[in-house]
Design a protein around this ligand. Sequence first.
Ligand code: GLN
Length: 307
Amino acid sequence: MKIKRIVEEALEESKQLLDKGKLADYIPELTKANPRHLGISILSKDGKKFSAGAVKESFTIQSISKVITLLFCLDFFGDEKVFSLVGREPSGTPFSEFITLSDFTDKPKNPFINSGAIALASLLASRMTFEDYLAKSNELFGQGDFKLNQAVYTSELAHSERNHSLAWELKRMKLLSADLETSLDFYTKVCAIEASAENLVDLAFCLANYGKIANKQVFKQRDIATTLSLMLTCGLYDGSGDFAAAVGIPAKSGVGGGILAVVPGRAGLVTFGPALDYNGNSIGGIELLRIISDQLDFHLFLPQAAI
Ligand code: GLN
């Protein structure tokens, strides 16, 4: 009961910030979202689910897919191969940054900026089709509810000059494992997977549960630790430091308005609110997570009470 009240009050309070956010418009189809939507779904260690607000609304997962891509890559190809293609450092730049892919670096800064995610999508595309990726994601976390949003996919592909530039640069640097168009198509399709906050919370919970799904160790604990470390340091792009200090848990955002957040060993959380801040992160989602973290002692560097 206590959690239900905390979540509902946090939702009302966070809604007050929504007017300060803006829908992503560089993918035209995303401007059809309702900027007043805000919701959160929480799955706790004892299997209890708490939801409030717009948790049944479907949205495209966008950069949240980069978490799934990283997990699959670590699982299929191992740490050494993955981190020969991308680094593990915050970029200090927007997600579509081009600047660090210069002659002075040998790979993208991390797997969560677009250049890094395209390199890893390319690696996966050398091993599986998009349909395999969708089927595996559905089998593990989506319970059949993840699907491709064809309109968003087509809309993004028609406006993907920047991602094309990044892919060409990756090709020049010999960091693509599949051909360029296949790599970009795969990347754009996984970003356009559609789900609701309630559908996505199983993915957040798998990470919180150190890679176990229904008592089966599906991902290596070490790969989960690597993924969560990168979410904490790079998951919200140039807003990662502020979020880590204020909220204190690993998270990954997407321009569709979702944020996947993880309290290791305790709970998985997903917020949805398509009004975004300057860095392209959900403005209401961040506020909601900040208040809830504060109320439920989620911050990893503060003493914890039982949820
Ligand atoms: N598909 C988006 C892009 O490539 C993902 C960006 C994001 O969610 N931050 O620009």
